[in-house]
Design a binder for this molecule. Structure first.
Ligand code: HEC
Length: 317
């Protein structure tokens, strides 16, 4: 059914107009909103990831400075993973991942020449590490990455050998504890230099997490905007009804009654706005009309007495 604008009531027109504005506004801002909120979600996840990375760095430092020296003697005979910074970082992260808030985070120390081949940087991660090695000013990289198992969002920071103590185990196999060589062999994870960037700390989350976070925020924003808008539409409807529709209906009703000869009803000015002025103008008009009628009646009566049927030449009085 086609709605004809001119057949609609004032309130319906205003409501339709506001609804069109709402839908168009939400549609137009939707795209910008989703971009902004995705950016927001990325930043939120990044800041969590950065805290986690710094925590892992601290765990590494704690292990290097406080745990490793205590265990050094034993390390010659038995291998104690607890003395290895990379091990404690990974263990701590795994404990963290048991908590609901962090279960989607993954941690990797992607390394070009790793002791444990599990830590080997893949081709994509290799490029990240190479960039960190070539651009010393670059301290952080973050982006989306497509993987067969689904897209991820990652944030990476360079991993450098800052402590000479690291070289106890990562310079030459001869310097490294025997128990470590027994376990990992003498080929991988050696030849590292002091201050060299050997890999990258990478924290990643499934990209769907970012999208999901952004969508949650979009829904919230759209919800709030819609509620505000519907309240506005409702209030405007009430306002229009009270201030325009009811007074206009009243004026119409009185005008109809007056036109049917009920002179006892009158227009009443309820406000000082345009509608009030309209009522006032009608009131004046009715007053003039009453006066004219009265004059007409009285002259009609006097002339009727003197000149007879003069009135009939002037109908419509
Ligand atoms: C006691 C010997 C030892 C010391 C000291 C040590 N590491 Fe390691 N590091 C290892 C071993 C063993 C592994 C492999 C652990 C595993 O199986 O995950 C490893 C792993 C790593 C990894 C992960 C990549 C890889 O090689 O598998 C990085 C990065 C790393 N170490 C950096 C450092 C830094 C930086 C320091 C100094 C702060 C340091 N290590 C000190 C023995 C050591």
């Amino acid at each position: 059914m086609m709605l004809k604008l001119k057949n609609l009531k004032l309130r319906q027109k205003v409501t339709i107009l506001l609804l069109i504005i709402l839908v168009a506004g939400l549609g137009l801002s939707g795209l910008t909103l989703s971009a902004v909120l995705t950016q927001n979600a990325k930043e939120e996840i990044s800041s969590t990831a950065l805290v986690l990375m710094e925590t892992m760095k601290s765990v590494r430092e704690y292990t290097t400075k406080q745990v490793n020296p205590e265990l050094q003697d034993k390390l010659e005979t038995t291998f104690l993973p607890q003395s290895i910074p990379a091990y404690s970082a990974r263990e701590v992260f795994e404990i963290l991942r048991k908590k609901r808030d962090y279960k989607d985070f993954f941690y990797k120390e992607a390394t070009l020449n790793p002791t444990n081949l599990r830590d080997k940087a893949d081709d994509f991660e290799k490029k990240i590490v190479e960039r960190f090695r070539n651009e010393s000013s670059l301290t952080e990289l973050k982006d989306f990455r497509s993987l067969p198992g689904g897209d991820i969002f990652y944030i990476a920071r360079p991993l450098a050998i800052t402590d000479p103590k690291c070289l106890d185990c990562h310079s030459t196999p001869e310097k490294a504890p025997q128990s470590m060589i027994d376990r990992y062999g003498a080929t991988n994870g050696f030849g590292w230099q002091l201050n060299e960037i050997v890999g990258a700390q990478i924290i990643s989350v499934p990209a769907s997490k970012v999208i999901q976070k952004a969508n949650q925020s979009s829904l919230l924003v759209i919800g709030i905007v819609s509620i505000v808008f519907f309240t506005v539409i409702l209030l405007i409807n009430i306002f229009l009804n009270r201030q325009v529709v009811i007074p206009l209906k009243r004026i119409t009703q009185v005008a109809e009654e007056v036109s049917m000869g009920h002179t006892e009803v009158d227009f009443d000015q309820l406000s000082n706005d345009e509608i009030g002025h309209l009522a006032k103008a009608f009131k004046r008009m009715k007053f003039s009309l009453d006066k004219a009628m009265e004059r007409l009646k009285s002259t009609g009566r006097t002339r009727g007495h003197t000149k007879g049927n003069r009135n009939e030449e002037n109908p419509g009085g």
